[in-house]
Design a protein. Structure first.
Length: 267
C-alpha cells in the first residue's frame, strides 16, 4: 500500500487495487449522549504516517487471528528500510491498533478485501475459505469483544477491569460463544493501560485451560499479584463458558506444547 498520513484525522479511507476500507477510526470515546451509540471518534495522533499492513500471528496461533495494522515510518527513508525501522501504531492503552480479519470480512464499509488478500497471497486459501464461511453466517459482525481462535493467541486486557469478555470462534460450527474471564492482576486499576495475556492448554487444570501473563505495563511493575510469564487460573466471572471451549481452541491450535513443557516454562 502507499505511504499514508493520518495525523489528526478522525476517519480514514484506504484503497488498494479494487479494495476499499472506509471510515476506520483510531479510537472511540464512550459516551451516553443520545444518538452516539458507538461514542465519539478520537483523532489519530501526530506522527501517524506510514503503511497499513497485514500482521500475521505467531506460528503457534491460528492464522485467522491475523489483523490489519498500521506501521508508523520515517517518510524520508526508502519504503522497505522505513518499514523495518518503524513501529506499530499503538492505542492510548499501549495495545496495538488493529482491525481483525473477520470484522473486515463482515463490515459494510469494506469492499473487495478478500480479493486483495488473494491477489497478494497474504493468507492461504484455507483461511480465506474459513473466513468466507464465517462471513456468510454473519458471525462476528456484531461482536465487539476479543475474538479468540486458538490457544496462545495474545489478547490485550484492560488494567481497569476485573474481568474480560472473550469471544471463542468455532470455525467448524461457524459460531461464536462468549466467556467472561477473571483477568485482574493488581489491586490498583487504570483504564488507560492494558496488559497482554493468552489462554494455554493444560490437561491438569480445571476446564483444561490456564491464563498466561505475557506482558505487564511498566507503570504497574512491582504492583501486580503475578509476574510476566506466570499463569493464572481460568475463572469465569459471568455467564458459564461452554464445556467445549478447550476442545475448540485445541482443535484450532497449530501446535500446543506438552504439559511438561508448560511446567518447565512456568518454573
Amino acid at each position: 500500500m502507499d505511504f499514508i498520513d493520518l495525523k489528526q484525522q478522525l476517519h480514514f479511507a484506504v484503497r488498494y487495487c479494487n479494495m476499499s476500507v472506509m471510515f476506520g477510526t483510531y479510537k472511540r470515546i464512550a459516551t451516553r449522549a443520545k444518538g452516539k451509540k458507538y461514542g465519539y471518534p478520537l483523532a489519530f495522533p501526530a506522527g501517524t504516517h506510514g503503511y497499513f499492513y497485514l500482521h500475521h500471528p505467531p506460528t503457534d496461533v491460528h492464522p485467522c487471528a491475523a489483523a490489519l495494522r498500521f506501521r508508523t515510518c520515517d517518510e524520508t527513508l526508502p519504503p522497505q528500510q522505513g518499514f523495518s525501522a518503524g513501529k506499530d501504531l499503538l492505542l492510548p492503552t499501549g495495545a496495538p491498533w488493529e482491525m481483525d480479519l473477520l470484522h473486515l470480512f463482515t463490515s459494510a464499509f469494506v469492499t473487495n478485501f478478500r480479493e486483495a488478500l488473494l491477489l497478494d497471497n497474504m493468507v492461504s486459501g484455507e483461511v480465506l475459505s474459513q473466513l468466507d464461511t464465517l462471513a456468510g453466517h454473519q458471525v462476528g459482525s456484531r461482536v465487539r469483544s476479543h475474538l479468540l481462535f486458538s490457544f496462545r493467541q495474545p489478547v490485550s486486557v484492560s488494567m481497569g477491569q476485573r474481568s474480560t469478555t472473550l469471544s471463542v470462534v468455532d470455525l467448524g460450527a461457524s459460531t461464536i460463544t462468549q466467556a467472561q474471564v477473571v483477568t485482574k492482576i493488581a489491586k490498583r486499576t487504570d483504564k488507560t493501560l492494558s496488559c497482554t495475556m493468552c489462554l494455554e492448554y493444560n490437561p491438569s487444570a480445571p476446564r483444561h485451560i490456564v491464563i498466561r501473563v505475557l506482558q505487564i505495563p511498566n507503570e504497574f511493575r512491582g504492583e501486580t499479584f503475578v509476574n510476566e510469564g506466570d499463569i493464572l487460573p481460568f475463572k469465569i466471572a459471568g455467564k458459564k463458558a461452554p464445556s467445549s471451549t478447550a476442545d475448540v481452541l485445541l482443535r484450532q491450535s497449530p501446535s500446543v506444547p506438552s504439559h511438561a513443557d508448560q511446567s518447565r516454562h512456568s518454573a
